[in-house]
Design a protein around this ligand. Structure first.
Ligand SMILES: Nc1nc2c(c(=O)[nH]1)N[C@H]1C(S)=C(S)[C@@H](COP(=O)(O)O)O[C@H]1N2
Ligand SMILES: [Mo]
Length: 240
């Protein structure tokens, strides 16, 4: 296995502005002209949503991770409610919208240029199996911070290309080990496991870990529909 970068490289100001869509004149729409990502990752000079800020700067307790030797490459069972969707990676966009001041429409290149995080955690499916997996990807909290959530945001909806959907509480979404993963066990994420982008987190059951995510929507209230399995009676919070 080939584990690449596990550190968190700092974005340059120019990269950041390109990614956040604030380059050129639209930069002025960003409020007081403060570049966002630098602040989010480094020192904060403009208040974000208070709750979001609190979670990011007083991070929740990390879940202990496993060692490389403990990875179980064969144990992660493909578990999809229907067939694998076909996604053109060149045309793929991640939409981030809802109660945000800076809606995002990100290409994979933009997502891949954000800081890469790696973790080795246990995936637990309610159907009675588990697997220790290494995931690499971008922290969901970094994407949420780029989108500048409004003060009333409490929940996050995830929509997937296969029609799957789920919703999370904002605290779990901003946990430092909640990733939008694009690598698995040191390689590019296989399509069946959710490429180009899936959730991976040690704090939620398997059915909360949406694969093939196309849209992330920040909201102040849950809708009647809360998730594909959740709407059929499975627990909504589904914490581990
Ligand atoms: N889009 C989508 N995401 C999904 C599912 C699905 O059917 N569709 N199944 C969930 C369930 S129940 C589990 S256990 C994990 C399985 O992930 P894997 O197929 O990569 O092992 O994906 C979750 N995310
Ligand atoms: Mo599952």
């Amino acid at each position: 296995m080939n584990f690449i970068r596990v550190n968190r490289p700092q974005l340059s100001r120019r990269q950041f502005l390109q990614i956040s869509g604030l380059s050129g004149t639209s930069f002025l729409l960003g409020g007081c002209g403060t570049p966002l990502f630098e602040d989010v990752i480094g020192k904060l000079s403009e208040p974000l949503n208070e709750k979001v800020e609190a979670f990011i700067f007083n991070p929740q307790k990390p879940v202990p991770e496993f060692s490389y030797k403990e990875i179980q490459p064969e144990a992660l069972i493909i578990n999809s409610f229907k067939s694998t969707p076909i996604i053109d990676q060149a045309k793929y966009r991640l939409i981030v919208n809802g109660e945000v001041n800076n809606p995002l429409n990100l290409s994979l290149a933009e997502i891949h240029s954000l800081p890469l995080n790696s973790m080795i955690i246990r995936h637990v499916c309610v159907e009675g199996w588990a697997a220790i997996v290494q995931w690499g990807g971008v922290r969901l909290q970094d994407i949420v911070a780029l989108a500048q959530p409004k003060a009333n945001v409490r929940y996050v909806y995830f929509q997937s290309a296969d029609g799957y959907y789920s919703s999370w509480d904002i605290a779990s979404s901003l946990h430092p080990q909640t990733l939008l993963a694009y690598q698995k066990n040191g390689e590019s994420l296989p399509i069946e496991n959710g490429a180009p982008l899936r959730l991976a987190s040690p704090i939620k059951l398997g059915y909360k870990q949406s694969k093939w995510i196309t849209q992330i929507t920040l909201v102040s209230q849950l809708f009647r529909f809360r998730g594909y399995w959740e709407d059929q009676g499975y627990e909504w919070f589904a914490g581990l």
